[in-house]
Design a protein around this ligand. Structure first.
Ligand code: PEP
Ligand code: MG
Length: 904
């Protein structure tokens, strides 16, 4: 088996499609070499070697050693230099790189090949002792910490002390003697700690570095990142051994990171940072604040032209926005890396749409480049534009670089660990750091926003936060952060840990206290792209909405009707006239505690006008679209007070003795209310509730019809488990509805159907479909009843079931993403059985899964007519439904005839 792939001298053994084997970085280096870009030569050890390493107790595969030796010789031939040569040494970088980008999560070692002798060769060759020893101290430092695991801080305080001795403010002020001294100190420390001298044999160094890169694949931060980003199924990291080029050889050298388009807005402008006389990690670490490319264009036009050419070439080659790392060594440009650039959600939409317009990609590709999270993150808040500028100015603590837009409010916290602990306790936090490093990702993830004192737009904090669409301000240099006393200060203001602050990532400002936020407007590209989704998809997308307000919101989000209106939500709150909420509550409570049908009727009569008004509002909002209204579902005990004082209060209000109320509440008590007297069983026992609700629906529909509104009511019975049960309810529904319609002398079509939420209903779907005109899968209850897991309580142990590092039994939470093998199988059965009896049976889903991308794709494949999701998740469902069509096309599976007709 081949484990090592060479690139250099304009030829490469690998190519850009080999990400799985060469990792993203490796595949990019091979591909760039092939297309003639100036890439330093090197070789890539495959991810398969890493996989073998972890599968075999951290042993390298047989033959790897000789393959590496062979390719090293080849590299030496191409470069004309030898590793460790005391005359003119070849130096290499040893870098990680997996198939999916994990920025900063794994290890890198630079300047490998330096030792006490070859550093002299580098000095002689460059005539620059300062440079040679600076390179050597960086190598010793990285090797000691990354390969051997010595504490960073022990080395850094030696660096600080040396700088002080030489009164050097910055690294660039340190003379050769300083670096030389530091190398000596590092090596002494190394010997003290390990009992061995610092390795002088370059091959020993190389194998040490290769092992460290492999091991970093399983380091905690990398494992956490993969978990958070849901990255699974990769073999491991590749190792890239690449000839070193130096950005720190003086004023005509430098290093930079750039994006082919603006990663914040998506605008087609060249965008990035450049540091003169520096090595790559200086930009990423954000230690010095770099120069923007626009400035570089002014100061170094020739060089700018070279890098601009690379930008054009790479973007047209990959047809995707690229994040490029480059180094300039004495005026010569080298491209060190290219990869798909992380970007904000708004930029994701703009770039995808612009690239279609530019003819770079097809609409289908643009749609597939959008993730559900990108849609979700468009709805992140901004500082309320209504707040007066003067008010904001008063609150301003400091300003920095607007790395990731949006706004966030939270309590300041200065370490990632404390951020995690506070967030676990329910607090909203803003993580404040001088700069962030990969160790901080856990804290960054739970934070509402991230603030750093140093760094540019491509610093670690900016890149990681941008990937998550998380508000982030960097380079806020006025901040004086004191970790020891857990506070920061700027411009005379002090913020202690726990104090509230607000970040504005769009303007790059930090404010004192909690500033009001507002929802953002969509970027224009959002509407264009969602329009394309709507053209492609066949699955209808409805919404779960219980109020006219939510229904209107859902229409704005693109919903084509209501898939679930939970009527019981109307019993307790009047959303249009909140002051009348108490009246509704009393009516339903009186109905429940009533001990005679007459008393129940009286109470229900009071509820009727409220329900009628609610339904009319919803029909109006959904003019022309179907509205599925579900009759009462929860067990009645949920509506009556359990505490004695509340029962006494109710007793006084409705004139029923408190003992009667208490007795009634006790009667309603159930050991398993979720499996108890609920769902359509309530309408069987209390048909007067059904009568009231159906009356309200039909009267509201007639009223709307008369006002020229197009109404398509669908009356839905929940939790059905038997044909006879549903038949009784269906007949009663039609009796009531038809009488009202006849009396009104109008024509009104309506449907009667059921939710499929119980295994028995799914199993006997053919029988149920004899009665039901439509099915709507209530997958919240169906998941609960198929899996035997409580939807309310299983959160206590489910995380352990999902966590790969713990039990790892489920790939994801089944209440979030449909359990396709189990629940899904039952759904397929029910669809097939139901349609066998009633070919035109309309089928949808209204559990939470209707707003989950993976589940929506399953619904498409299953041939459903529509999904129904909460208003803010409607766009996710529209996107996923379009992606399902594209995936179907790509898999070559033909569309099922007569399905997903969008006839919802
Ligand atoms: C369901 O069970 O999936 C459903 C939509 O109903 P509810 O969540 O109201 O029980
Ligand atoms: Mg349910």
């Amino acid at each position: 088996m081949k484990y090592v792939y060479f690139f250099g001298g304009k030829k490469a053994e690998g190519h850009g499609e080999m990400r799985e084997v060469l990792g993203g970085k490796g595949a990019g280096l091979h591909e760039m070499t092939r297309i003639g870009l100036p890439v330093p030569a090197g070789f890539t050890i495959s991810t398969e070697a890493c996989d073998h390493f972890f599968q075999h107790e951290k042993k390298y595969p047989r033959g790897l050693e000789s393959e590496v030796r062979k390719h090293l010789r080849r590299l030496e031939k191409v470069t004309g230099k030898t590793l460790g040569d005391p005359g003119d040494p070849l130096l290499v970088s040893v870098r990680s790189g997996s198939a999916r980008s994990m920025p900063g999560m794994m290890e890198t070692i630079l300047n490998l090949g330096l030792n006490d002798r070859s550093v002299q060769g580098l000095t002689n060759k460059t005539g620059n002792e300062r440079f040679a020893y600076d390179a050597y101290r960086r190598f010793v430092q990285m090797y000691s910490t990354v390969v051997i695991g010595l504490p960073k801080e022990d080395l850094e305080h030696r660096l600080r002390a040396m700088r002080q001795r030489y009164s050097a403010k910055q690294d660039t002020d340190v003379p050769a003697a300083g670096w030389k001294e530091l190398v000596g100190e590092y090596q002494k420390f190394y010997r003290e700690r390990t009992g061995k001298p610092f390795p002088q044999d370059p091959l020993e160094q190389l194998w040490g570095a290769i092992g460290a890169v492999f091991l970093s694949w399983m380091a905690e931060k990398a494992v956490t990142y993969r978990r958070v980003e849901k990255i699974t199924g990769l073999l491991g990291t590749a190792v890239n051994v690449v000839q070193m080029v130096f950005g720190n050889k003086g004023e005509s050298s430098g290093t930079g990171v750039c994006f082919t388009r603006d990663p914040s807005t998506g605008e087609k402008v060249f965008y990035g940072d450049f540091l003169i006389n520096a090595q790559g990690e200086d930009v990423v670490a954000g230690i010095r604040t770099p120069m923007h490319l626009a400035e570089m264009r002014k100061h170094m036009p020739g060089l700018y032209k070279q890098i601009e050419r690379v930008r054009v070439l790479l973007e047209s080659h990959y047809r995707e926005m690229q994040d490029i790392e480059f180094t300039v060594e004495e005026g010569k440009l080298y491209v060190l890396q290219t990869r798909g650039g992380k970007r904000t959600p708004a930029a994701t939409f703009r770039i995808a749409v612009d690239m279609v317009k530019e003819g770079l990609i097809k609409r289908e590709t643009a749609i597939q480049r959008i993730k559900a999270e990108d849609v979700e993150r468009l709805f992140y808040p901004v500082v309320d534009p209504g707040i007066a500028r003067t008010d904001l100015a008063k609150r301003k603590i400091a300003s920095g670089i607007n790395a990731v837009p949006g706004a966030a409010v939270g309590q300041a916290v200065f370490t990632a660990h404390e951020a995690e602990a506070m967030a676990a306790g329910g607090a909203k936090v803003i993580l404040v750091r001088k700069e962030t490093s990969p160790e901080d990702v856990g804290g960054m993830f739970v934070a509402q926003g991230v603030l750093t004192a140093t760094g540019g737009k491509t610093s670690h904090a900016a890149v990681v936060a941008r990937g998550w669409g998380k508000c982030c301000v960097v380079g806020c240099e006025q901040l004086d952060i004191d970790y020891a006393s857990k506070k920061m200060s700027a411009n005379g203001r002090v913020v202690n840990q726990g104090d509230w602050i607000t970040l504005d990532g769009s303007d790059g400002v930090v404010y004192e206290g909690q500033v009001a936020l507002a929802q953002p407007e969509f970027p224009p590209a959002y509407n264009t792209l969602m329009g394309w989704c709507d053209e492609i998809r066949r699955l209808g997308v409805r919404t779960n909405a219980d109020t006219p307000h939510d229904a209107r919101k859902a229409r704005e989000m693109g919903a084509e009707g209501i898939g679930l209106c939970r009527t019981e939500h109307m019993f307790f709150k009047d959303f249009e006239q909140p002051e009348r909420s108490a009246e509704r509550q009393l009516a339903i409570q009186e109905m429940i505690v009533a001990d005679s049908p007459e008393a129940r009727h009286r109470a229900l009569d009071r509820l009727l006008p409220f329900q009628r008004r609610d339904f009319a509002g919803i029909f109006e909002a959904m003019d022309g679209f179907p509205v599925t209204i579900r009759l009462i579902d929860p067990p009645l005990h949920e509506f009556v007070p359990h505490e004695r004082d509340k029962q006494e209060e109710l007793s006084q209000k409705i004139g029923v003795p408190v003992e009667v109320i208490a007795r009634r509440v006790a009667q309603l008590h159930e050991a398993n209310p979720m499996l108890g007297h609920r769902g359509c069983r309530l309408s069987i026992t209390y048909p007067e509730i059904l009568v009231m609700q159906v009356t309200a629906i039909i009267e509201a529909a007639i009223d709307c019809r008369k006002r020229g509104i197009k109404v398509l009511p669908e009356i839905m019975h929940p939790l059905t488990l038997d044909r006879k049960e549903l038949r009784i309810l269906e007949q009663e529904t039609r009796r009531v509805a038809d009488a009202i319609i006849a009396q009104a002398g109008v024509k009104l079509a309506y449907l009667v159907g059921t939710m499929i939420e119980l295994p028995r209903a799914a199993l006997l779907a053919d029988q149920i479909a004899e009665v039901a005109e439509f099915f709507s899968f209530g997958t919240n209850d169906l998941t609960q009843t198929v899996m035997g897991l409580s939807r309310d309580d299983s959160g206590r142990f489910l995380p352990e079931y999902v966590d790969e590092k713990k039990a790892g039994i489920f790939p994801s939470d089944p209440f979030q993403t449909l359990d396709i093998p189990g629940v899904g199988m039952l759904m397929l059965w029910a669809i097939e059985r139901g349609r066998a009896v009633r070919p035109k049976l309309k089928i949808g889903i209204c559990g939470e899964h209707g707003g989950d991308a993976e589940s929506v794709k399953f619904c498409h494949r299953a041939g459903m007519d529509y999904v129904s999701a909460s208003p803010f998740r409607v766009p996710i469902s529209r996107l996923a439904a379009a992606q399902a069509v594209i995936e179907e096309k790509q898999s070559g599976k033909p569309k099922k005839k007569g399905r997903n007709a969008r006839a919802s």
